[in-house]
Design a protein. Structure first.
Ligand SMILES: Cc1cc2nc3c(=O)[nH]c(=O)nc-3n(C[C@H](O)[C@H](O)[C@H](O)COP(=O)(O)O)c2cc1C
Length: 215
């Protein structure tokens, strides 16, 4: 396991999008620890309606590189993580989620019954408004953000990627026929072969407001 090098605040401030990587692999224990932290991310109604597909095989990464229009990250980084949103997960049996919460003492029977009914009503309404995909993508992207920061803490490099053909990414990870699933984000992970300067951020006055937007 790589040593910790940074606090959360340091990780946020020092992280950069890295597009070129050394070929050195990521040890399994490191990868497992990072994935574990990614799934600690919160999800709407604790639906946990996202999955992560870890692609390390060169052939799989080559397919992902093609799906991204030839971006260097999937070709060079030893690991590419595909964050898959599961917009229909709320319709599935959630007994395992409730059992964990019951065992940890976080939720009692009364809470579980109310939570189940309310979350189903909430999701049914989202579905009616065509928003279940958007909400599952939010959950997947929060998990990706957690992983990116955790990787930065270990001195590893990442790049979020939006530039891809969804059908081709789905094909590459074996879900070409799954209309019920959506690709939220790709994240490359590895050892940096470049360092990039901070491109800067707008002054907070431009997009941080108090009480009312634009104030
Ligand atoms: C959702 C998302 C998608 C992105 N997609 C790509 C991408 O496909 N290819 C790429 O090279 N960079 C991609 N980026 C990286 C941005 O260009 C980068 O974050 C931005 O220029 C700021 O640089 P920084 O991350 O080093 O602060 C993406 C970033 C985000 C947040």
């Amino acid at each position: 396991m790589t040593n910790r090098t940074a606090s959360v605040a340091d990780a946020i401030r020092t992280r950069r999008t890295i597009r070129h990587y050394r070929p050195d692999p990521i040890p399994d224990a490191t990868l497992t620890a990072l994935l574990d932290l990614a799934v600690e991310a919160p999800t709407s109604w604790n639906l946990q309606d996202r999955s992560i597909v870890v692609v390390t095989d060169p052939a799989g990464r080559a397919e992902l590189a093609r799906a991204t229009g030839g971006q260097p990250q999937p070709q060079e980084a030893p690991v590419v993580l595909v964050f898959v949103a599961e917009p229909q997960a709320w319709r599935e049996d959630r007994a395992d989620v409730y059992e964990r919460a019951r065992r940890s003492g976080a939720w009692n029977e009364e809470f579980i019954a109310a939570f189940d009914a309310e979350s189903t009503a909430f999701q049914t309404d989202l579905d009616r408004r065509g928003l279940v995909r958007e909400y599952a993508v939010k959950d997947a992207v929060i998990a990706a953000s957690f992983l990116i920061l955790a990787a930065t803490e270990l001195g590893l490099a990442t790049s979020p990627m939006n530039g891809w053909n969804e059908a081709e990414v789905k094909q590459a990870i074996g879900i070409g026929d799954r209309d019920d699933l959506a690709i939220a984000l790709l994240v490359s992970l590895g050892h940096p072969a470049e360092s990039r300067p901070h491109p800067g951020r707008r002054a907070p006055e431009r997009n941080v407001f108090r009480e009312r937007y634009g104030a």
